[in-house]
Design a protein around this ligand. Structure first.
Ligand code: R5P
Length: 280
């Protein structure tokens, strides 16, 4: 087995290769005069693991080219992050089922897919090859347990992610709950933990994705008003669209970390161990 990765997944790819004790395949990149991506890979193996997060259009094209370049081997695709996965149904007539479009595209030329914390497992059905997803909630839990702080309250931003928060909290036997949003008037909402008060507690908000950070910033302000001693946040996929990290800091969030499914300066958590287990 050899491992090849896109430029978006170099850190995770190197960590994964280390965990598995396998060689990585070198890829050389250039551009055609019109700006199109050109790439040439070194030799593959009978069995190749392709690691490539789909973070946007360029990353998708690079991944598709890499899969095609590996067409002589049996390929497992590791999909650390899948953009468009949240469009997992048609919300209005005439819309694409975007998650299906991406799943179908990356299925061509691979024999198996392993994704990390898909927003909704129903997306797995859209791949045209056997697909599974792994959860790194235990690794997020290990980060919560390992950082300084006392008996944190682990919260998900909504009841949809409550199970994720429960899995995270289980690592350290922490209290967990989810944030409940109540509309007070046409203009204002109140956000507070459903059952466990935040007063006097350090709160860690955990989620699969932080994109704009909008909900999280509003929640953080309200939790601090309710007497939380500090608010931190940890997620799997750090999308951080449109200055999200700055907005979170301005809202009083003391620290935000994510995993290396999208490689960021604050990728303090790795998906490599969980993926290595799935590949062995
Ligand atoms: C939604 O169900 C997801 O779990 C995240 O809570 C959501 O995608 C985060 O989006 P944003 O950071 O833009 O509030």
């Amino acid at each position: 087995m050899k491992l090849i990765c896109t430029q978006a997944s170099q850190v995770l790819g190197a960590r994964l290769a280390g965990r598995l004790g396998v060689e990585t395949i070198d890829v050389r990149y250039s551009r055609f005069p019109d700006g199109e991506t050109a790439l040439v890979r070194d030799g593959t193996d009978d069995e190749t693991v392709i690691v490539g997060a789909v973070t946007g259009a360029d990353a998708l094209v690079e991944l598709l080219l890499l899969i095609d370049a590996c067409d002589e081997s049996a390929n497992t695709l590791v999909l650390p992050y899948m953009a468009y996965a949240r469009q997992d149904r048609r919300f209005r007539p005439g819309e694409p089922l975007s998650a299906r479009a991406i799943a179908r595209a990356v299925s061509t030329g691979v024999d198996r897919v392993i994704a990390v914390n898909l927003h909704d497992p129903s997306v797995l059905a859209h791949f045209r090859v056997p697909a599974e997803h792994v959860s790194i909630a235990p690794q997020v839990g290990a980060w919560v347990a390992g950082h300084e702080g006392n008996d944190p309250l682990v919260l998900s931003p909504d009841d949809g992610a409550a199970r994720f928060a429960e899995e995270v909290a289980r690592v350290g036997g922490f209290d967990h709950d989810y944030l409940d949003k109540k509309r007070i008037s046409g203009e204002s909402v109140e956000i507070r933990p459903k059952s466990l008060p935040a007063e006097g507690r350090e709160v860690i908000i955990v989620d699969d994705i932080i994109s704009t950070g909008g909900t999280l910033a509003t929640a953080a302000r309200m939790l601090l008003d309710q007497g939380a001693t500090a608010v931190r946040a940890a997620c799997v996929h750090g999308v951080f669209a449109g200055g999200a990290l700055l907005h979170l800091a301005a809202a009083g969030v003391a620290e935000v970390v994510c995993s290396d499914t999208i490689e960021r300066a604050n990728s303090c958590i790795t998906a490599a161990d969980r993926l290595a287990d799935a590949l062995r």
